[in-house]
Ligand binder design. Structure first.
Ligand SMILES: NC(=O)c1ccc[n+]([C@@H]2O[C@H](COP(=O)([O-])OP(=O)(O)OC[C@H]3O[C@@H](n4cnc5c(N)ncnc54)[C@H](OP(=O)(O)O)[C@@H]3O)[C@@H](O)[C@H]2O)c1
Length: 221
């Protein structure tokens, strides 16, 4: 795939490197061409810095990796409000969360809903916001691969997101439509709150084996 990355910071570089290693081409754009050039240098030869105005036409999938505060401005740079992303798969990785406390930043609906509103016609998927970029690529036993919970309304867009997650080494759990994005974003806030309290969030959720749960339900039901 030709993957567009809107954003030139840490997440853009770590995802870009992992997807480049998996054989994808990357087009990278941001508000600062120098930062886009720097990100491309770090990703390697599979990546190209492009003018934000050209990004939408060049890519199969657009991944949004900008600071939450810059979300609307960044979408404007690529022509989102003018319909440039209509029909495109757009993966929203942003976190409207204060990283130091886990507090959610004020947003009407969800960040992903704001993307859908600001880029009319885009096939928005909320994904890849919860795990640190440095988690990717995952190399290890498949049964222990990170499970990336995603949501969206368009099956083709969910499939494309799942394919990119697979190329990072992750597993994908589709948990519903885009109306569920706020819950996924709140999960990031929850993780940060547990971290701020001094604990490992991996130990703050129950260990539930769905197969055992179903078997128990069958027995009792
Ligand atoms: N880092 C991670 O591991 C990780 C993991 C999951 C999700 N996320 C989420 O991914 C997003 C990016 O995180 P990051 O760690 O890559 O942050 P970062 O390194 O600070 O990079 C932020 C990016 O957002 C751009 N930006 C900021 N304000 C903007 C504005 N007003 N208009 C246009 N662009 C703007 C920055 O451009 P300039 O360079 O010009 O300032 C930069 O390209 C955040 O929403 C974060 O919550 C990060």
């Amino acid at each position: 795939m030709n993957v567009g990355i809107l954003g030139t910071g840490k997440l853009a570089v770590t995802l870009g490197r992992a997807w480049a290693a998996a054989g994808h081409s990357l087009s990278v754009a941001g508000r600062n061409p120098l930062h886009a050039g720097g990100a491309v240098q770090q990703i390697g030869p599979a990546a190209e810095a492009v003018d934000p105005a050209d990004l939408a036409t060049r890519v199969d999938v657009l991944v949004i990796a900008v600071a939450w505060e810059g979300l609307e401005a960044a979408l404007s740079l690529v022509g989102g409000p003018q319909g440039a992303l209509a029909g495109k798969t757009v993966i929203d990785c942003t976190n409207p969360v204060d990283y130091t406390t886990g507090a959610l930043k004020p947003v009407s609906g969800s960040a992903a809903a704001l993307v859908a509103h600001t880029a009319p016609g885009a096939h928005v998927v909320k994904a890849l916001h919860l795990f640190a970029g440095a988690s990717w690529p995952y190399v290890g036993p498949q049964e222990l691969a990170p499970v990336v919970a995603i949501c969206g309304d368009e099956p083709g867009a969910l499939d494309r997101a799942a394919a990119l997650i697979q190329d990072l080494g992750g597993q994908t759990a589709v948990v519903g439509g885009l109306s569920g994005a706020r819950q996924l974003e709140e999960a990031a806030g929850f993780v940060m709150r547990v971290v701020a309290a001094g604990y490992n969030p991996r130990l703050a959720v129950p260990d539930v084996d769905p197969a055992l749960l179903r078997a128990a339900e069958t027995t009792t039901g």
